[in-house]
Design a protein around this ligand. Structure first.
Ligand code: DC
Length: 230
């Protein structure tokens, strides 16, 4: 039998409320919050900046070189704040959180070399437990031994609405229809890729947050964690 670890995993599609909820839950439990989507976005940003074409004949070779020299550091945000991420020492926390970078991140996340490198980094961060890890494959691939697994979902329409609100708060104005189309495309790509596709772990508690407030979801998760801990 696998030895269960004191790790909470929260997987699910974009816009289901994972980041907000993971941060709050981590603060309640006094655990570290790990935003793995940010890591895929950093790789995407560096690929963009390097200006090479992943689809080109030597694309894979260039990607391997890029990963070998990639210096990424993460600093968990103050309570309730987002994780700050640094690429070669530069704070890219805002640069990675645009709809364009989300699409690039989704694209690079299908590359086996990228998944291998980031999975290793994530396991190293979680080796001592006491983390809330948020992403697409936390409960299935990265931390199958996690004690508490959740899969957070919501309808695409609700997720597009929430994403628009979130971007507006950051001063970015994006059309609802455009966001809905992007969300549906990312869902399709993230769920259908061969490697670590987005899907609930067999032992995950699935939550549809479409009709739930953030506080309701956090309370439910806390209750589930405390009950399992007993
Ligand atoms: O959670 P996010 O929107 O920041 O993630 C950006 C992209 O990164 C997402 O479309 C898929 C990918 N991703 C992944 O493949 N595995 C993870 N654990 C986290 C994110």
């Amino acid at each position: 039998m696998v030895e269960r670890k004191d790790i909470v995993t929260i997987d699910g599609p974009s816009g289901a409320g994972k980041s907000t909820i993971s941060k709050l839950l981590a603060a309640e439990l006094h655990y570290t919050y790990l935003d793995t989507g940010a890591m895929y976005r950093v790789v995407g940003l560096q690929v963009e900046r390097s200006g090479f074409d992943l689809e080109a004949e030597n694309g894979r070779e260039k990607l391997v070189q890029l990963l070998a020299t990639l210096e990424m550091t993460m600093a968990p945000g103050e309570e309730g704040q987002k994780t700050r991420v640094f690429l070669h020492g530069e704070d890219v926390s805002d640069a990675i959180r645009t709809p364009e970078m989300a699409m690039v991140a989704s694209r690079v996340s299908a590359e086996p070399e990228v998944r291998k490198k980031l999975t290793e980094m994530q396991r190293a961060i979680g080796q001592n437990g006491a983390i809330v890890a948020e992403g697409r494959d936390m409960g299935t691939i990265v931390f199958p031994e996690a004690s508490y697994k959740f899969f957070l979902d919501a309808t695409p329409a609700e997720r597009a609405k929430r994403r628009q609100q979130q971007l507006m708060e950051q001063g970015q104005r994006v059309e609802y229809g455009e966001l809905l189309t992007q969300i549906q495309k990312r869902d399709r790509d993230d769920s259908s890729r061969a490697l670590a596709p987005l899907k609930p772990a067999p032992d995950a508690v699935v939550i549809d947050s479409s009709e739930m407030s953030i506080d309701e979801v956090v309370s439910f998760m806390l209750k589930t964690v405390h009950e399992k801990k007993k």
